[in-house]
Every structure is written in C-alpha cells, then in structure tokens.
Design a protein around this ligand. Structure first.
Ligand code: AFP
Length: 325
C-alpha cells in the first residue's frame, strides 16, 4: 500500500495502538522526522548559504568536522532539549554523553550519528542520519548515567535511519517490522512509501572499500572472491546509510572489516552498527561483526568501533559457513 494518507505521525499512532508502544516513543520518532526535514533543507542549500567545508576542528572520534556535522548535531540537541523524552544522548559529534534532562521519569536514551557520510558533503553525495533508542535503565537519583547508554543492541526499543539522497527517506522500526517514509517536500510530510520492508535473501550488490582488501582476514577475502565470481555488482557510496538502504531494497551486503592497524574496523557500534543491525534483522537480513551477531555485542565505551558485515541473509549465512570451515 502506498498512500498519500499515511503520514509518519498517523503510522506511529497506529503502531502505538496495535503494539502498545508508549506515546513518548512515537513522539521521539516524530521529532527525529522533524529534524530530518530541517537537515534536508540545510543539506540541499548548503552550497548557497556557506555550509560546505570544514569547521577546523576534529570531532570526538578524531574525524575532521564539517560545518554540516556541527549543524546536524546542534539540531538534534535542540530538538530534544527540555522535551522530557531523552535523558541521555550519545552522538558521534560529542566527546562525552550529554545528560539532557534530569527529571527522574524521562524515559529514553538516544544514540545518534547526526550526519553519516560527511566526506560526501562537498560533492553533493548521499548522506544519512542513524539512530537507536533504549529505554532508560536507571531511575535512582535524578540524572541518567553512562550505564543507561552502554547497552547491547538486543535491548534497543527502536531504531531508524534517514537517507538524504535523490529524495529523503526515513526508515524505522519499533521491533514490529520495518517501514519507510519518503518526504513530500511540497507537503512537508513523511508519507509511507515502503511498507513492511523485507531484505531480499540474495545479494545483487556488495559495498566495501576494496582499497583495504589485502589487509582483511582470509575469510573476508574469500567472501569477496565468491561475490566477484558470482558477478555481484560493486556499489560503494561512502555513506553507510545509502549502501545499507540499497541492500534492503535490492538485496546486498555492506562490509567494513577489521585490518591489522584497525582491529575493530572504522564504524561505531552504538550509533552506526547496532541500529542498522536492528533494522536489517527486523527486515529478515543479518548483521555480524566478523565473528558474532552485532546486536549481542556489549559496548564498553560510547565511541567503541566494530567491524560490520550486514545485509542479505543468504550471503551472511554463506559467510558464517566460510568462517567455520
Ligand atoms: P564519514 O562520515 O567520516 O564520511 O564516514 C562515513 C563512514 O562512517 C560510512 O558511512 C562509510 O561507509 C565509511 O565511513 C567510509 O569509510 P572509507 O572512506 O574508509 O571507505
């Protein structure tokens, strides 16, 4: 069903009734949708309003920080300040967790990469936002604590991503299937466009930075040889969200493996790997570090990295067999 009538808010309201999802979680996702509209506007006019290029600093995890990274992070913070929805925020752009609201009953923790694929900004390539939501665990005292954030993905209550591409698409799950909404800019509304997304089992595409291939583990190299033998087409955008979205729609696998210099790979567990793993699993796909299920990994620090292999089930199952051989 593709209907002009199913706005994101109406869908969230229906999910709330059907699955007993708390109203605060619906409002949180709706608020993410609002920030996605702001970012869509800012990204599309960035070259016209001086928002391209670097700020001059490195971000919390040592990456060069772009003006749009800073803007995106600030937009998220403002969207959740004083809402009573988010007690703690972990963001790629913040060195430490931000404890946002000290009311005792504030229910959620938000882990977010405000702008994924920032190296694409200046060349008008695809960009994304990735988020995962946890129910706050500790209610003793007022403020949330780091313990509320350092949780394995199996505890996640909702996750989503926004792809800023030829259109802006918001894909989300509250643990009852995955649905996608496309922004109708003339209405200013996200409308249901991808009902009950199912990741095709076979991979039509694979996405990886092959310039590191010689440094990868033998079983990863074996998988790449297999994909090439099958003429699985290579597509790599430089934005994880865009490559994972393609895999969900068309069937595919995205890999960012470890190397000897980077034994945990490049991607961050809490606000990149785990939320995408939750979404892809909900859509019938799989997500692994090189050796285990991503969602079962217990983070030890906010900006912890993890290798990632994510996408179509048949390809991931084959990879598991190669690993065990
Ligand atoms: P940036 O946000 O720093 O551009 O990183 C994007 C990313 O985390 C992910 O979205 C890409 O798939 C991957 O890194 C690209 O990394 P390489 O440039 O090393 O291929």
């Amino acid at each position: 069903m593709i209907t002009q009538a199913m706005t994101l808010d109406r869908y969230l309201w229906q999910q709330q009734k059907a699955f007993n999802i708390p109203v605060e979680l619906s409002i949180l996702i709706s608020q993410i949708g609002y920030t996605a509209k702001i970012l869509t506007r800012e990204i599309s006019r960035a070259a016209l309003v001086g928002q391209l290029g670097l700020v001059g600093d490195k971000n919390a995890t040592g990456d060069a920080q772009k003006k749009l990274d800073v803007f995106s992070n600030q937009t998220i913070i403002e969207a959740f300040s004083d809402t009573g929805l988010v007690a703690a925020l972990a963001s790629e752009e913040l060195e430490m967790a931000k404890f946002m609201d000290c009311r005792n009953h504030t229910p959620y923790v938000l882990c977010i990469d405000p702008l994924d694929g920032s190296s694409n900004i200046d060349s008008s390539g695809a960009l994304g936002t990735i988020f995962g939501v946890y129910q706050r665990k500790t209610y003793n005292g007022c403020c949330s604590v780091e313990q509320d954030i350092l949780r394995s993905g199996t505890e996640m209550v909702a996750a989503g991503y926004i792809l800023y591409g030829t259109s802006t698409v918001l894909v989300c799950t509250c643990g009852h299937g995955v649905n996608g909404f496309t922004l109708d800019t003339s209405l200013g509304e996200f409308l249901l466009s991808h009902l009950n997304l199912q990741c095709p089992s076979e991979s039509k595409y694979y996405s990886a930075n092959l310039s590191y291939a010689q440094e990868w583990q033998p079983h990863i190299q074996k998988l790449i040889v297999h994909l090439n033998q099958q003429h699985t087409s290579l597509r790599y955008s430089g934005a994880l969200v865009a490559d994972v979205h393609r895999s969900l729609i068309e069937g595919g696998v995205y890999l960012y493996p470890s190397t000897p210099d980077y034994p945990d790979g490049k991607l961050r567990l809490l606000y990149e790997c785990a939320p995408l793993a939750f979404i892809v699993e909900q859509a019938g796909g799989m997500a692994m570090t090189e050796t285990k299920r991503v969602l079962e990994l217990q983070p030890l620090s906010i900006h912890q990295r993890s290798p990632l292999i994510i996408g179509s089930k048949a390809t991931l199952t084959l990879y598991e067999q190669m690993l065990q051989a």
